[in-house]
Design a protein around this ligand. Sequence first.
Ligand SMILES: [Ca+2]
Ligand SMILES: [Ca+2]
Length: 309
Amino acid sequence: MDIRMKSTGQSGVALVLVMLIVALATTLAAFMVTRQNLWLRQIESQFDRAQARRVGVAAIDWARAVLADDIRAGNTDHEGEMWAMRLPAMPVESGEVAGTIEDRQGLFNLNNLVRNGAVSTPDMAQFRRLLEMLGLPGDLATALADWMDADSETQYPGGAEDLYYLAQARPYRTANRPLTELGELALVKGFDSRSVESLRSYVTVLPVPGPINVNFAPAEVLAAVAQNMTLADARLLVQQRGGRPFKDVADFRQRLPHGGIEMADGNISVSSQFFLVTGRASIGGAQVYTQALLQRSGGWPAVVWQNIQ
Ligand SMILES: [Ca+2]
Ligand SMILES: [Ca+2]
């Protein structure tokens, strides 16, 4: 790393910290009024918890501001960008707050498997390759496709529709719609906690189908999305992008290790639309954890879902 790059990185971290401080300052200022009343009632633990919640919510707003700022700088997203940096926990009045922003576009989106209610054959082939690389049965793809596709016709081999689920000790019906969260896999034929755990670092559930960001995809996902790319090829690409991210899809194609590797343009990208924000706020004796999925389609990112507890 030369000196110029180092100083750019440092000012980047400083800017991200300033944005966090502004988000927190606004929250805490608004809180002072409430605080007096609560003190009168001497319910400090509730006060701590409420304050931790507010700080947790402020952390999500901070992430949205950071990501809105990032897109003004350009459409490429990679691991070396400011928002992807891990920040140390920040002290706040009688506690601390920590937060991270992680890309979700580099993971295989399970909702790519069924598009407009119908099974997508090319996406199914990709998911089967991923399952095989992870040592999981390829028929899991068929069961999941039946779970999500709009019809009730069982695909063979490996599929399952209402007939199968209604015959269980605790009967239930097929969803016949896109997944809402990864935990839903536990309901699908053939998936168990072991297979869900094996998949966790490679797959995601996004509300709409979309391409893979090749600047974030793990080697296994790259090799699954491309035809004729070995895991060794993919690992080489992951290593290379560490020092020099792919600046566009053409750059990625140009840097492929050999000919014969095939990918549709619509399957790959160097931009991210979806991000996972994880925050932890500790105030006094209270701890609040926040998690949110953000969708950035241009300017200010929207919250797809958030979980505060
Ligand atoms: Ca970016
Ligand atoms: Ca179905």
